[in-house]
Structures are given as structure tokens and as C-alpha cells.
Ligand binder design. Structure first.
Ligand code: 0L1
Ligand code: MG
Length: 262
């Protein structure tokens, strides 16, 4: 790490204010060019402490920037990880308020729910599947707090990898009964298809996102406990949305998720 605790706390104030009040800030590395990825995760840790202190509850973790389409769209070449809190969840067929967001985009993802702990570096796809209770469709609403959605890896990690809302729905599936590389996904906005893809777009197999996440956590002395909810990353590029947009994400053999921005 290159930044001291006081600076991490001040940066957390800045990011949290932007998240809470839906406004943009300049990327953190503009002021702190020596800021490292570890500093970015230190800001995330401090965000989590503040959210818990005000009564929120961590429910899981997201892997982001896990497809070539996303990496190209955002100009980075490695994934990042973020924290999912219960206050970020929204119900299927519900409404998502635009006035709490800056410039949201949506991503269709496969989420995993664990039935046993995943811990350590270099796990295999088989170990991830063995520890998984079920997989389920998810749509993430990302919303960068950085101007024009432009950032670098360090800054976006400090902004909790653009987490803002997520919707879980459709039908759960047993991961042992499906080829996790070939699940087709279609994203529609107002009845028009915006993007489509197959789940192998996420690092060739979405379980690879969890293997990288477990590696990242192991380096910090942490693990993924039983019951963890893990979003593995957008299968296509992220789709910008506006007030009034109706969204439907269709997942092959897993149903669909719908909601509206108001
Ligand atoms: O979930 C994601 O893939 C987003 C990670 C952060 C980058 C972005 O905001 O697009
Ligand atoms: Mg995502």
C-alpha cells in the first residue's frame, strides 16, 4: 500500500458521498497517482465497515471485468472484485429509482450460491461446482461514480467496482446438470434486443471468476463462506439505461428477470 490510514479514510468519505448522493467525482489517481490496487481494496474495506456501522449487511461478492467485451469496453485487462450489500438488492419485476443513480448500465450475469466454504488459491472448476448449492440468473446495475464512466483499475476498485444495484430471479439450476459454458443470455430494453452472448464469455467458464476471487481473498487471509452469493461478471458489454426503460434479461433454461427504471 502507498497511502496511510488517514488518506484512505478521506478517500472513503469522498467515494461514499458520491455513492449516497449520486454525483460524479474525478478518479482518485488524479490526486494520488501512486495509489495501488491494495489501496483501492483498503477503501472498499473501509466502505464495508461504514455500511455495516449504519445497519447494512454484506450478502456476497461480485467479480467484475471478467469478459473480454467488458475489459475492452472499460480499457482494463484484469478482473476486479466488489462487495454486495443487502441494501443494493432490488426485487424482480420491481422499480429502480434513477434519481439515486448517476449513469447506470446493466449486465446479465450468472450468480452462484455456495453450500460450503471455498478457501485457498488455485481451486479447480470441479471444486467450485462441488461447493455450489445452485446457480441463478442475476442482473447487475453498475453505476460508476467517476465522470463519464472513465477510470483506471485502482479507482474503480475503490468505488467498489461500480456496484449499485442487483436483481436476482428466474429459476435456480443445479450446476452439476448444465454445461456452464453454453448458457445463452439475451438482454432486451423496451422490447429491443441490445446484446446477447453465452456464459463462456466470462473467462471461458463462470467458475473461473470464482477461482480468481478465491485467489484474491486467500491473499488477504479471507475465504468465501457457505451461503455466499457471488456474481461472476457480465456476459456481454454493459448496456446504458435511462428513466422509463423496461429491462428483460433472458437466460437459457433459467427463466428471465424484468424490472423498470423510474
Ligand atoms: O461488474 C462489472 O463488471 C463492473 C466492474 C467495474 C467496471 C465498470 O464499471 O464497468
Ligand atoms: Mg458486473
Amino acid at each position: 500500500m502507498s497511502l496511510d490510514a488517514k488518506t484512505i479514510s478521506a478517500l472513503t468519505d469522498r467515494v461514499l458521498h458520491a455513492q449516497d448522493h449520486a454525483h460524479t467525482i474525478s478518479k482518485l489517481t488524479d490526486e494520488h497517482p501512486s495509489m495501488t490496487v491494495d489501496d483501492g481494496y483498503a477503501v472498499q474495506d473501509e466502505l464495508r465497515r461504514r455500511w455495516i456501522a449504519r445497519g447494512d449487511r454484506p450478502v456476497g461478492v461480485k467479480a467484475g471485468l471478467t469478459s473480454k467485451a467488458k475489459m475492452q469496453q472499460m480499457g482494463v485487462d484484469v478482473p476486479g472484485f466488489g462487495i454486495l450489500m443487502s441494501s443494493m438488492a432490488r426485487p424482480e419485476n420491481g422499480l429502480i429509482e434513477m434519481d439515486q443513480l448517476v449513469h447506470p448500465r446493466i449486465e446479465a450475469e450468472i450468480a452462484f450460491v455456495l453450500k460450503s466454504e471455498l478457501k485457498g488459491k488455485g481451486l479447480t472448476i470441479e471444486q467450485v461446482i462441488e461447493a455450489t448449492d445452485y446457480i441463478i440468473p442475476a442482473v447487475e446495475v453498475i453505476d460508476s461514480r467517476f465522470e463519464k464512466f472513465k477510470f483506471d483499475l485502482v479507482s474503480v476498485i475503490a468505488d467498489n467496482c461500480s456496484s449499485s444495484r442487483y436483481v436476482t430471479g428466474g429459476r435456480p439450476l443445479d450446476p452439476r446438470k448444465v454445461d456452464l459454458r453454453t448458457i445463452g443470455v439475451v438482454i432486451e430494453k423496451n422490447g429491443e434486443i441490445q446484446a446477447l452472448g453465452a456464459s463462456a464469455a466470462v473467462l471461458n467458464h463462470p467458475a473461473n471468476a470464482i477461482i480468481m476471487l478465491a485467489d484474491h481473498l486467500a491473499a488477504r487471509g479471507e475465504s468465501l463462506p457457505a451461503g455466499s452469493y457471488i456474481m461472476t461478471g457480465g456476459i456481454t458489454e454493459a448496456i446504458p439505461v435511462s428513466r422509463g426503460d423496461n429491462v428483460v434479461a433472458r437466460f437459457q433454461d433459467m427463466g428471465s428477470i424484468s424490472f423498470k427504471f423510474v
